[in-house]
Design a protein around this ligand. Structure first.
Ligand code: ADP
Length: 464
């Protein structure tokens, strides 16, 4: 084992906004580290701004999103204010290898994987290649970018329709198209490439078999700087709308233990293969016969990390920071002596309360929140950052208001706690998806643990 070297951070800049910025400030705070926040002009009155030791305005000329993507300016602020490290949160610059390099160049630690790993795993095609190298199953299709129609037609014919076209750099459920037959291919292929170029700055497209009703199962891993990797069990994130997660839970008791063990082993093997450092998530699809396939790795903290924290008792964000300071997983500070140390305590469910209006095709609502009453009580955790009485909900950012996380020894009881908490919540002034979430949790399919990724679209009762 490499010699352990620890460099404690005094100040860390959080290059993000909203609930995840607050989540990271809290972890830093508990570790005795000073926090530096950044905010756009549009976020001047946002709650997260007030929860950091110091906060700095980003370039107001850039606009609400680009301000948070302005690498030069963020590095400049970090240097000027004496940051030892930067935590990127999720979204924005969290998966941008140029940002990782810029931090390194400025002598600032990046709390996340190495730049080479970001390149290898941040892009769906190259992560498939890594999976092949260590015998982790992938969905039948191609492991390289396709640039001409003949090739895509030949592959689709070979794996059988329906197939899915995917942008290699896609994310957030975007950049994916289902193609049902050869007659649709020319048009879809052309559009997919144009869309990928526009949305992700790169027209790399690949094709794979479309699985009809899979479950989305993912494994949380943690790797230190010395080659040690453990998994923190799994999550079932099958409840999705338009390929985006809505409700998540841990553990994924919805698939058999034998298959779960295989997925854990594959996730750890693949992470070790790329010398993965920090927190990451490996995503898999599992079909009705429990064949499983790796789809991608997210080299960052995820929105749904909370449910894993609840059942394992490990603070993943603190672990991220400690890993970057140089602590090995088995140090007293992180406290994971070996894989056997990870145990599962009960069940945890996360609900994303958003301003999306189910009655209006989930269009995000905006305006002033004039009543905000949050739930509490045994087994309920809230991770928020946007909502309070008087808050103005702007159209610039994602529509997440607060995450409600329920925990209990039994899944049925965690569900009951979650429903109770949703019913306690009062948000007036903007529409929310609360009634829709209650319908999900009261449905039989949910209670039977049988939700697949097509559950929402194929269950019209949820909308009443
Ligand atoms: P993103 O990076 O945008 O989140 P992912 O590759 O993680 O995209 O896929 C997101 C979701 O899209 C999956 O959870 C699943 O519901 C759906 N999906 C992706 N690939 C396939 C596939 N080959 N067949 C069926 N559904 C798929």
């Amino acid at each position: 084992m490499q010699e352990v070297q620890i460099k404690k951070f005094k100040k860390v800049l959080v290059a993000n906004r909203g609930e995840i910025a607050i989540r990271v400030y809290r972890a830093l705070n508990e570790l005795g580290i000073q926090t530096i926040g950044i905010f756009s002009k549009e976020d001047k009155y946002s709650l997260f701004r007030t929860k950091t030791d110091e906060a700095y305005l980003l370039n107001p000329e850039k606009g609400p999103i680009d301000a948070y993507l302005d690498i030069d300016n963020i590095i400049k602020i970090a240097k000027a204010k004496g940051a030892d490290a930067i935590h990127p949160g999720y979204g924005f610059l969290s998966e941008n290898p140029d940002f990782v390099s810029a931090c390194k160049k400025a002598g600032i630690a990046f709390i996340g994987p190495e730049v080479e790993v970001m390149y290898a795993m941040g892009d769906k095609i190259s992560s498939k290649q890594m999976a092949i190298e260590c015998n982790v199953p992938i969905i039948p299709g191609v492991d390289h970018a396709i640039r001409d129609l003949d090739e895509v037609m030949a592959v689709a014919e070979k794996v059988g329709y329906p197939v899915m076209l995917k942008a290699s750099n896609g994310g957030g459920g975007r950049g994916m198209r289902i193609v049902n037959g050869p007659e649709q291919m020319a048009k879809e292929f052309e559009e997919a490439r144009n869309e990928a170029k526009k949305a992700f700055g790169d027209d790399k497209i690949f094709v794979e078999k479309y699985l009809r009703n899979p479950k989305h199962i993912e494994v949380q891993v943690l790797g230190d700087k010395y080659g040690n990797v453990v998994h923190l069990l799994d999550r079932d994130c099958s409840v999705q709308r338009r390929h985006q997660k809505v409700v998540e839970f841990a553990p994924a008791f919805t698939i058999s233990d034998g298959v779960r063990e295989k997925i854990f082993a594959d996730a750890v093997r693949l992470s070790k293969h790329v010398s993965y450092k920090n927190a990451g998530t490996l995503e898999f699809l599992v079909d009705a016969d429990e064949n499983y396939y790796f789809i991608e790795m997210n080299p960052r903290i995820q929105v749904e990390h909370t449910v894993t924290e609840e059942v394992t008792g490990i603070d993943i964000v603190q672990a991220q920071i400690l890993i970057e300071e140089g602590y090995p997983l088995n140090s007293p500070e992180i406290g994971i002596a070996s894989q056997e140390d990870i145990s599962c305590n009960g069940y945890s469910i996360q609900l994303r309360i958003t301003t999306e209006d189910p009655a209006n095709n989930f269009l995000p609502d905006t305006g002033k929140i004039n009543v905000y009453r949050s739930p509490a009580g045994n087994g309920i955790r809230l991770d928020g950052g946007t909502a309070y009485t008087g808050a103005e909900i702007t159209p610039y950012y994602d529509s997440l208001l607060v995450k409600v996380i329920a925990h209990d020894r039994r899944f049925e009881n965690a569900t009951k706690k979650a429903i109770r908490a949703l019913k306690e919540t009062r948000i007036r002034g903007v529409k929310t998806n609360i009634p829709f979430l209650i319908n999900v949790l009261q449905s039989q399919i949910w209670n039977d643990g049988k939700c697949t990724t097509t559950f929402i679209e194929s269950t019209p009762e949820l909308f009443h």
